[in-house]
Design a protein around this ligand. Structure first.
Ligand SMILES: Cc1cc2nc3c(=O)[nH]c(=O)nc-3n(C[C@H](O)[C@H](O)[C@H](O)COP(=O)(O)O)c2cc1C
Length: 193
């Protein structure tokens, strides 16, 4: 069956490394029949600059953030996908704030009850595509471990594409055949996951 993949990108640079990598991952997945949607978390319309910890989602019977903005619509749609990909630059050894903002509001996909936690993720596995100017130790491994922890928490699998030593200038990245091939094969892998 055709896989549905949602890529949430978290960089303000619309033509930066994250956008390039996400595009290649999407192309690789589409080549193998996947349906891919890409959402740019840095340019959504937000009514709040993050989870307000209102706990409105916990009082509701729905799995939906009660802040009524574009982020809520995207987050509520996550369980409709087979794979959720966070695509992020490494910012100070971790995911970017734009990704963290979406991730925190994913609290609404959980119901934290007295003795148990229920979630609405269904079949959705989690992947990360991250690039960094430095080596694996300058934040990529840390970023991967957060995604691994999240996937474990919801009882799903995780996969990562970690790209160290990425040129700061995306024009240089755009002509790097090796990175392009790795990203496209990662997309192909996600399409069969
Ligand atoms: C605010 C900021 C923080 C960064 N922190 C790190 C870091 O901790 N480790 C690292 O290797 N690169 C770091 N970088 C470099 C970016 O991760 C890297 O250039 C990335 O490929 C940029 O992706 P983009 O073009 O999509 O924005 C940082 C860049 C910025 C702007």
């Amino acid at each position: 069956m055709e896989r549905r993949i949602l890529i949430i990108t978290g960089s303000h640079r619309k033509t930066g490394n994250t956008a390039l990598l996400s595009g290649w991952v999407a192309d690789g997945a589409r080549d193998y029949g996947a349906e891919v949607d890409i959402v740019d978390a840095a340019h959504l319309k937000y009514k709040s600059n993050g989870c307000t910890s209102c706990y409105g989602c916990q009082d509701s019977t729905e799995y939906r953030c009660i802040i009524n903005d574009e982020a809520s619509d995207i987050i509520a749609s996550i369980p409709d996908y087979d794979v959720l990909v966070f695509a992020s630059p490494v910012y100070f050894f971790s995911l970017s704030a734009q990704i963290k903002l979406i991730m925190d509001r994913m609290y609404s996909l959980f119901k934290f009850k007295e003795n148990k936690v229920e979630n609405n993720f269904g079949r959705t596995n989690i992947a990360v595509v991250a690039s960094a100017a430095g080596d694996m130790g300058s934040g990529l491994k840390m970023t991967e471990s957060i995604i691994k922890q999240l996937a474990g928490f919801i009882g799903r699998k995780h996969k990562s594409l970690l790209v160290p030593n990425t040129p700061m200038d995306p024009i240089k990245t755009a002509t790097d055949i090796d990175i392009k091939e790795k990203a496209m094969s990662f997309g192909a892998e996600l399409s069969q996951w």
